[in-house]
Design a protein around this ligand. Structure first.
Ligand code: COA
Length: 186
């Protein structure tokens, strides 16, 4: 499988053993984890990391993760992942984190679009889903800008900071893919 995926501003590279420090710094950062879940212990981060660097196939139950780098600086700006959620229906969940210093540049939106294109063209997925808390307006905006639709708001679904929050379930199905691909010259 391709180790790198390119777009004009970003390069996505498959997660590898040398990315441990970056992954640890992300998952132990309370600000970045604020809307995702509890900050993970070092052991949990290590377990997740070891799973995610293992070989992946569409039948895998673990996330397939790429580190996002900014082409202009080569700096790490975050990560993006997909995980098969329904093999029969070729459905994958998308997850993403952009580092604080790189927020507001459209990178999350760009990364989601290119990962969906890759996952359709190369892996054969036909549907994508994403979950975020109702109050996480930035993430909801990103999902909408990436072309996803809000299907449902599930009350009291995920525990964050000791309280249950409502989850927004977004999806995108074939027929709605790549509406703006030509406009971006891809
Ligand atoms: C949420 C996150 C992914 C946004 O990444 P990003 O690269 O800044 O996103 P983009 O620049 O592509 O788009 C952000 C959009 O949200 C909007 N936005 C950001 N914060 C907002 C807020 N509090 N209220 C309303 N809109 C907001 C921005 O204005 C922008 O929309 P616009 O282009 O129409 O102006 C990033 O902040 C992040 O990773 N946070 C921590 C981890 C996380 O929560 N991941 C998502 C898990 S579901």
């Amino acid at each position: 499988m391709n180790k790198q995926i390119l777009s004009p501003r970003l390069t996505l590279t498959r997660l590898a053993r040398q990315d441990w420090e970056l992954i640890h710094s992300i998952y132990s950062n309370p600000a970045l984890m604020k809307h995702i879940g509890e900050v993970k212990s070092d052991e949990e981060i290590r377990r997740t990391f070891d799973k995610e660097i293992a070989p992946w196939s569409i039948k895998s139950t673990h996330w397939l993760t790429w580190i996002i780098n900014e082409n202009s600086s080569c700096n790490n700006v975050g990560l993006i992942s997909i995980c098969t959620r329904n093999l029969e229906k070729l459905t994958a969940e998308v997850g993403f984190i952009i580092l604080e210093a790189y927020k507001g540049k459209g990178y999350a939106t760009e990364a989601i679009k290119i990962i969906i294109e890759f996952a359709v063209d190369t892996l054969g997925f036909k549907k994508f889903i994403a979950v975020c808390s109702e109050e996480h307006l930035g993430s909801r905006r990103v999902l909408e800008k990436a072309g996803m639709f809000l299907d449902e708001i599930v009350p009291n679904c995920t525990q964050i900071d000791g309280k249950l929050v409502n989850d927004c379930l977004y999806s995108l199905e074939s027929g709605y893919f790549f509406i703006d691909r030509d406009a971006r010259g891809i």
